[in-house]
Ligand binder design. Structure first.
Ligand code: NDP
Length: 329
């Protein structure tokens, strides 16, 4: 008898302890779906928001996780552009913390057969996020001076390398001197330890009082006001995450007082909503990695059954770079 499939399920919002390792029934793929056997699963901060209920889910129990890589094991009716055995990866489709899962075929991207699953699972969501932030939300060029918070995190280390490749001036922040050093060697021009230094004053010093063109802020509540103060007049505030809690409601007039600023709150799924956009984004990321402009380090690898440990470390700010979960096959 083959061993039954297992997944991490959540029955109620809460701390890492609500991540339960359970036997699940995956079933056969329906029309337009495929079944994949996952060889690596990505951990992202959004998984924490799903677990705590900051981003509410329609029903319980649900399987968290939005990113993974594996091989196709069964095809649903009407799926013609994939074959059993293909190596695939995805981002942005809930249900990831599982040994096997069903997924709409049009959310999958083929990956080269020599490409490690672990690398694919560590880079799809974070890589496509960095790509849209640097190319579409604000078109970063070699003349851009940008501030990137949490530059040693999963998204942060990819962004440091990608923006360095573009030739931009990157000011990164990080929560310890070790993290600051890591961000520096991954391409940040300047790094500020924002636990020991006032990042607004340091940005002013570094930019000679001008301020930066764009701030990428995924820390949220704790950095919001300071981030606005780092911008040059008519600069862009990009709020793309809430690691310290959501940005509190604010008067729009604040943007005028601080120099006719712009503000946006983007999310990856909007930028990869069509099949064409998804393929373009994913292939750009794969190219950047294959050309070695961006090196993906899965900082820490956990067993899939130990997802709770990964969440504890992520929320305690103990991690750097991307985190991957591996099934126990
Ligand atoms: P990270 O690996 O960057 O982990 C989060 C980091 O945030 C921590 O390591 C820590 O770094 C920093 N941080 C600052 N304050 C806190 C706090 N109070 N609690 C916890 N962490 C804190 O995670 P990811 O790379 O997965 O994601 C980074 C951010 O990007 C998240 O906010 C995520 O939601 C967002 N995101 C948004 C997307 C979008 O499209 N909008 C898509 C993908 C990610 P340090 O110690 O250096 O301060």
């Amino acid at each position: 008898m083959p061993r039954p499939t297992h997944a991490i399920r959540i029955h109620a919002y809460g701390g890492p302890e609500v991540l339960q390792w359970e036997e699940v029934e995956v079933g056969a793929p329906g029309p337009g779906q495929v079944k994949i056997r996952q060889h690596a699963v990505g951990v992202n901060y959004i998984d924490v928001y799903h677990r705590t209920g900051l981003y509410p889910q329609p029903s319980f129990p649900f399987i968290p996780g939005s990113e993974g890589a594996g091989e196709v094991v069964a095809l649903g009716e009407g799926v013609t552009d994939l074959a059993v055995g293909d190596h695939v990866a995805y981002a942005g489709a809930l249900g990831g913390y599982a040994e096997e899962r069903l997924i709409p075929a049009d959310r999958l991207v083929k990956i080269p057969s020599q490409f490690p699953y672990e690398t694919a699972a560590a880079m799809m969501l974070q890589g496509m996020t960095v790509r849209y932030l640097l190319k579409e939300t604000y078109p970063v060029t070699k003349d851009t001076v940008l501030l990137w918070h949490a530059a040693a995190g999963g998204v942060g280390l990819i962004a440091s390398q990608w923006a360095h490749h573009i030739g931009a001036t990157i000011i990164g922040t990080a929560g310890s001197d070790e993290k600051a050093q890591l961000a520096r060697v991954h391409g940040c021009t300047h790094v500020i330890n924002y636990r020991t230094e006032n990042f607004v004053e340091r940005v002013k010093e570094i930019t000679g009082g001008r301020g930066v063109d764009v701030v990428y802020d995924s820390v949220g509540k704790d950095t919001f006001t300071g981030s606005l103060d780092c911008l040059r007049p008519r600069g862009l505030f990009v709020s793309f995450g809430n690691a310290s809690g959501p940005v509190p409601p604010f008067e729009l007039g604040l943007l005028s007082q601080k120099g006719s600023l712009y503000a946006t709150r983007p999310t990856l799924n909007t930028y990869i909503a069509t099949r064409a956009a998804l393929l373009e984004a994913a292939n750009d990321v794969i190219d950047m990695v294959q050309m070695r402009h961006v090196k993906i380090n899965a900082g820490k690898v956990y067993r899939l059954s130990e997802a709770a440990e990964a969440h504890r470390a992520l929320e305690a700010r103990e991690t750097t770079s991307s985190i991957v979960l591996l099934p126990d096959y």
